[in-house]
Design a protein around this ligand. Structure first.
Ligand SMILES: C[S@@+](CC[C@H](N)C(=O)[O-])C[C@H]1O[C@@H](n2cnc3c(N)ncnc32)[C@H](O)[C@@H]1O
Length: 244
């Protein structure tokens, strides 16, 4: 299988020749260091970095995502993420399930393919989460993408994902949230957002529900974690599911 890497297993910045989509300005201008260079993979996709970035909450947040899915489901993941999420999702879905991961950066697609090579129930391809169309999935997972994209793109991702699930299908968002006023990390996180993650304010200053054009078509549930610094929002399409 072509993994989009070089013969010795390394991945170049173009993802080993994967056909490119146009990279959005927000990604190139704000997140090049994190996602678009081979050094990013070494720097960030390791347990020490992920533990530090999420203050030790990664296992808990991965569990919070996985518990929303069941074996045999077809699930869309937008976009690739560092750490064990995709492997854990693939394990949850099992050999009868399907995990389809899309990402807009060739480097990330190639890297994710390598990470998931031992899971035949996965497919990783180039795709723009702000222009989702086509297939319908049992469910979808959006893990820490919304805080990294401008507000208009946030709305496009939320609407696109909601449109991809049938009656009874769910979309799971895990991301940052406005932490409680007493939270000792609140000033630190405000500085991190201001310097490194400027689009995060458009997420934590509002509700994910408010990003949807037709929120009334879904049942919404929200849980927060770690003093409110993180959130899980689950939208389930209302109606009587048709028998499969
Ligand atoms: C999911 S977000 C944040 C992940 C989080 N920091 C982590 O790794 O745990 C990072 C990914 O989103 C991808 N991305 C950004 N905009 C996208 C878009 N419009 N469509 C698909 N993927 C996108 C980036 O290429 C990157 O791989």
């Amino acid at each position: 299988m072509f993994l989009g890497g070089t013969m010795d297993g390394r991945i170049d910045a173009e993802g080993g020749g994967l056909r490119s989509l146009e990279l959005p300005d927000y990604l190139v201008d704000t997140y090049r260091w994190a996602y678009l260079t081979p050094a990013s993979l070494v720097l960030l996709d390791n347990p020490i970095a992920m533990t530090m970035i999420l203050w030790g909450n990664l296992p808990r947040l991965v569990r919070a995502a996985c518990e929303e899915f069941t074996a045999g489901q077809h699930v869309l993941q937008t976009a690739s993420v560092y750490g064990p999420l995709s492997k854990e999702l693939a394990t949850t879905l099992g050999s009868d399930g399907l995990l389809e991961v899309i990402d807009i950066a060739p480097l990330q697609v190639a890297h994710c393919r390598q990470k998931l090579a031992e899971f035949p129930q996965t497919r990783v391809r180039m795709g723009d989460a702000t222009r989702l169309e086509g297939a319908v999935f049992d469910a979808a997972c959006c893990f820490f993408l919304l805080h990294e994209i401008p507000d208009e793109e946030k709305r496009a991702v939320v609407d696109g994902l909601l449109a991809r699930v049938p009656v009874g299908g769910k979309v799971v968002f895990i991301d940052y949230h406005r932490s409680a006023g007493w939270h000792p990390l609140r000033p630190v996180m405000n500085m991190v957002f201001r310097w490194l993650e400027p689009f995060a304010f458009g997420l934590i200053d509002g509700e994910i529900t408010a990003l949807a054009s037709t929120p009334e078509e879904f049942d919404w549930r929200k849980e927060t974690y770690f003093g409110g610094l993180y959130q899980k929002v689950v939208a389930v399409r209302k109606g009587d599911p048709k028998p499969r």
